[in-house]
Design a protein around this ligand. Structure first.
Ligand SMILES: Cc1ncc(COP(=O)(O)O)c(C=O)c1O
Length: 362
């Protein structure tokens, strides 16, 4: 067995990206300044100064902003508020495995739209809508998608926004990787195109720390009060102290330079991943070349079973996520998600070399 275990599993930030001293300063400052607020229960929408800051950034009324306990918790609230058991929910295929679980658990019947390099198959979606299918939600991760790395093109975003208006479904736009663009330029958000149909979500997990559990949703007026009520009945309020730490960090102007620093840390890791794949897996698999985010999604050419792939990888001291979890119904045996941010370029190179050996041996 090869010596060290290499984990191509969880999409976590690198521990080197954390800034504990600055966060300690922020914690101390907010405990002094907002003691009565951050140590007390509060309204379920979250710590008001952070909500006001976000409302300014997105150009909306602060009432439309809910800051929660990480964005996955907010996904759960949205699913429970918007889905009635048996409702159809359109998702990209592949998509974020935990979000699929949340949508299914709320009773959603998931319909997977095959993902191309520029986003889900909108022709297929439109054909389904025209044939009478009525999804209540389209769940999309338009920027550096988890697990594939794909970015939804501006043209497809516009078509999706138009379809959402015409057929009156909600779009959950889950975008925690948007600010982690290592090259190229931004594409406008779905939220900008259809603010009345989009629940735009993001998170500080990948930008500051997932341990703080601070994420948010900008929701249309028609649903935001229901979400706030569901939040209150679920957890009363998320941690104001953590919201306030994030607020103070951004207020001091530390977030933007920090994002530049982590981009400088992650960019060479993405490049190392792509170079290693080019060197070791050309001809055996296909993959996208993302310009940001945490993941490269890869599809093996051989007709393998996920079970065998995972077992052989484990024997080579390599941990992989089961690709089937990213698919709405069936499929995913040949899909491999490769997260690159929490590994050094050397670990990436070694991990991909092991993966290539495993794939050759199947
Ligand atoms: C697309 C996507 N949405 C949501 C989350 C969860 O984020 P949070 O830590 O804010 O709950 C993740 C985490 O990996 C993710 O990849």
């Amino acid at each position: 067995m090869t010596e060290t275990l290499i984990k191509f599993t969880r999409g976590v930030p690198s521990a080197e990206s954390f800034c504990p001293d600055q966060l300690a300063e922020c914690a101390s400052a907010v405990l002094t300044q907002y003691c009565d607020v951050v140590l007390q229960y509060g309204p379920s929408r979250g710590f008001a100064p952070l909500r006001t800051m976000l409302a300014e950034q997105y150009g909306v009324d602060p009432n439309r902003v809910i800051v929660g306990q990480g964005s996955l918790q907010l996904q759960d609230l949205c699913a429970r508020v918007l889905i009635r058991p048996g409702d159809t929910v359109h998702v990209e295929e592949p998509s974020y495995d935990r979000a699929l679980t949340v949508l299914r658990r709320a009773g959603g019947q998931l319909v997977g739209l095959p993902l191309d390099g520029d986003g889900p198959d909108v022709d297929e979606m439109e054909a389904r809508l025209k044939s009478g299918e009525r999804p209540v939600i389209l769940y999309v991760i338009p920027d550096f998608q988890n697990p594939s790395g794909a970015v939804l093109s501006a043209e497809k975003r516009q078509r999706i926004a138009d379809l959402a208006r015409e057929y009156e479904f909600w779009i959950i736009e889950d975008s925690p990787y948007r600010r982690l663009r290592y090259r190229g330029s931004d594409v406008p958000t779905l939220f900008e195109m259809a603010p009345d149909r989009v629940l735009h979500m993001s998170s500080y997990s990948k930008l500051i720390s997932p341990g703080l559990r601070v994420g948010y949703v900008i929701a249309p007026d028609a649903v935001v009060d229901k979400l706030a009520r569901m939040a209150e009945d679920t957890y009363i309020n998320a941690s104001y102290l953590n919201h306030a730490i994030v607020y103070e960090y951004e207020r001091r102007g530390w977030l933007t330079p920090h994002i530049e620093e982590i981009k400088a840390l992650y960019r060479p890791r993405l490049d190392a991943m792509l170079e290693a794949l080019d060197n070791s897996l050309t001809g055996l698999a296909t993959w996208r070349r993302p310009e940001g985010g945490f993941f490269v999604g890869m599809t093996l050419k051989a007709d393998v079973r996920a079970k065998d792939l995972l077992k052989r990888a484990e024997q080579a001291n390599l941990q992989l996520t089961d690709g089937r979890g990213f698919f709405a119904a069936s499929g995913g045996d040949r899909f491999v998600r490769l997260p690159f941010c929490a590994l050094t370029p050397q670990e990436i190179e070694e991990g991909v070399a092991r993966l290539a050996q495993v794939v050759r041996g199947l």
